[in-house]
Design a protein around this ligand. Sequence first.
Ligand code: SF4
Length: 91
Amino acid sequence: MLINQEDYGKVDLVLKTNMDDKFQVRINKEKCLGCGTCAALMPEAFEMDSEGKSTVKPNQKSSDEMLMVAKSCPTGAIEIYDEADKKVWPE
Ligand code: SF4
């Protein structure tokens, strides 16, 4: 399921991972410092955009792997939502 970005204002991103097609990962661009940690840890799933902010790439990572990287973000900018669109990380 793709996210209607209009519903999320400044929360950019849309993602798509295999994550059982239940979970979604979004980058909160306002919180992203552009440190590059996520892209360094998992270049298959994260990359930096032209403005120096992280974006999520289509990938086949598991929800556990994505959560591991999300937890490494110093600002909690990597947000994970369940299929009910409830934010499960950061808690
Ligand atoms: S780890 Fe967090 S703050 Fe750093 S680039 Fe990734 S999303 Fe942005």
